[in-house]
Design a protein around this ligand. Structure first.
Ligand SMILES: [Zn+2]
Length: 294
């Protein structure tokens, strides 16, 4: 993704992994078998791998640099995390920190870490393994979590009785160490981080899911997290992913976001759209498409 310039703010993408992730009918259980062919001219090969029909997804963080601060949005899967129920994430080793350095940043330079929600692929680099302990990766950052999101997973974890850990165990290794080191800031879902950067509730995928608005001058970007996982959901916004905890609410939230952003020129920065990730939603008949931003 090219650096996105939003007034006096810049946004860069920091990739952990990108590639074919899952069958379209696995990710989107309600998909009509003919949808991909009806939209083949723009979905293939960027969003869907030809022949296999696997959805191409990226797992990345987004770095927002304002005149005042450096903000890291979402923290991917992370290295060394024990995730046996998701082999592609288990004991992952990627040069994500080296790539951060490639953006001219050391962990000490991050002022704010912000998680759109607390799934395992959004909190991983909150912590790293040092001498057998999970410690905050970013020593000078305050970590901003939505209060309702945090409370949901805290309560769910305490009530959980299954054999496999809830949410791959990410609350214990990637969220609790932040709380225990007094680096967390729990905020309302419409919290303003600083001038031009604010949160908006986007429930459905998870109860406390949020999106992040970045606005400066006449330009506006939305870091929309997992409200959409793939551009296939622009071909049919009704399709919620199998990872959405409340598919009906997710559908409502996605439809509102798409309707409010279509044909406006607002730059969308979803958490899992493949390269170049940044784009704009455009109306196309009674459906939508994803077009490149400049
Ligand atoms: Zn995700």
């Amino acid at each position: 993704m090219n650096t996105q310039i939003i007034g006096d703010i810049r946004i860069d993408r920091l990739v952990e992994n990108e590639g074919p992730f899952a069958d379209a009918d696995f990710l989107l259980p309600d998909i009509n078998p003919t949808l991909l062919q009806e939209h083949a001219d723009w979905l293939y090969p960027r969003f869907v791998e030809p022949v296999t029909n696997k959805v191409i997804m990226s797992f990345h963080s987004l770095i927002i640099r304002t005149p005042r601060s450096t903000i890291l949005v979402d923290c991917c899967v992370g290295n060394d995390k024990h995730r046996p129920s998701r082999p592609g994430w288990h004991q992952l080793q990627t040069p994500w920190l080296e790539r951060l350095a490639g953006h001219g940043l050391q962990p000490e330079d991050i002022d704010v870490v912000l998680c759109t929600h607390l799934h395992a692929d959004h909190v991983g680099w909150n912590t790293r393994l040092v001498d057998g302990r999970w410690v905050p990766t970013f020593p000078n950052a305050r970590y901003v979590f939505g209060r309702s999101e945090y409370q949901y997973w805290d309560e769910a974890r305490q009530a959980h009785t299954g054999d496999t850990p809830l949410n791959h165990g990410c609350f214990d290794d990637s969220v609790l160490p932040i709380i225990e080191s007094n680096k967390a800031l729990l905020v309302d879902s419409d919290h303003q981080l600083e001038s031009g950067i604010w949160l908006e509730p986007a429930p459905g995928h998870t109860p406390g899911n949020i999106v992040v608005h970045v606005k400066s001058g006449q330009q506006h970007a939305i870091l929309c997290g997992d409200v959409m996982h793939t551009a296939i959901q622009l071909a049919n916004p009704e399709l919620s992913s199998r990872f959405c905890l409340d598919p009906d609410q997710s559908r409502i939230t996605r439809r509102q976001l798409i309707d409010s952003c279509a044909d406006t020129g607002i730059v969308m920065l979803p958490a899992h759209f493949p390269s170049p990730t940044a784009g704009c939603i455009t109306c196309h008949g009674d459906t939508f498409r994803y077009t490149d931003s400049t």
